[in-house]
Design a protein around this ligand. Structure first.
Ligand code: S3P
Length: 166
């Protein structure tokens, strides 16, 4: 089976939905950020702080390429991964890309107080969410399907994904 790749902004529920989906479909779940952290022996937050975002993006590119070469897995890609053309191409070749979406207010609510997202760990995360969403909209719209998650539970998101890929 071809891979199922979940993309979308931080806080749209990719990891939670991906894990449950993997369980239901009996497939392996691969979270790119988790692989990066294991590889670098550092949290995403520390990688950004100590090595900088460009370094993170380089590692992300390698990890996305490697995951794309596997089969029959669910991939959750970090919110910025498919902004890179090569990442998009590699992931797209490996399967169906599903973008999880949410409004800025929902994203703010879901990410508030969590320190593990360096891009939002700033004084005015709301403005940053709105700006990044605007910048990334065209990339997210390249996904094969999208799901608006604002009013959905994780279970409901997974049911929608299964219906989309059936
Ligand atoms: C990022 C999203 C994060 C993580 C990193 C950068 C982004 O992943 O890759 O902090 O650029 O949107 P999640 O979307 O899983 O939070």
């Amino acid at each position: 089976m071809r891979n199922i790749i979940l993309v979308g902004f931080m806080g749209t529920g990719k990891s939670a939905a991906g894990r449950l989906l993997a369980e239901k479909l009996n497939m392996d779940f691969v979270e790119l950020d988790e692989i990066i952290e294991t590889r670098e022996k550092m949290s995403i937050k520390d990688i950004f702080e100590k090595k900088g975002e460009p370094y993170f993006r380089l590692v992300e590119k390698e990890v996305a390429k490697k995951a794309s070469s596997r089969k029959n897995i669910i991939i959750s890609a970090g919110g910025g991964a498919i902004v890179d053309e090569e990442n998009f191409k590699n992931l797209k070749q490996s399967g169906t890309i599903i973008c999880l979406k949410a409004s800025p207010a929902t994203i703010l609510k879901r990410t508030k107080g969590l320190e593990n997202r360096p891009l939002l760990n700033i004084p005015d995360p709301k403005k940053q969410i709105e700006e990044l969403l605007r910048k990334r909209e065209a990339y997210y719209n390249k996904a094969d399907f999208s799901i608006e998650t604002d009013n959905l539970s994780v279970d409901e998101v997974v049911i929608e994904i299964i219906a989309l890929i059936a």
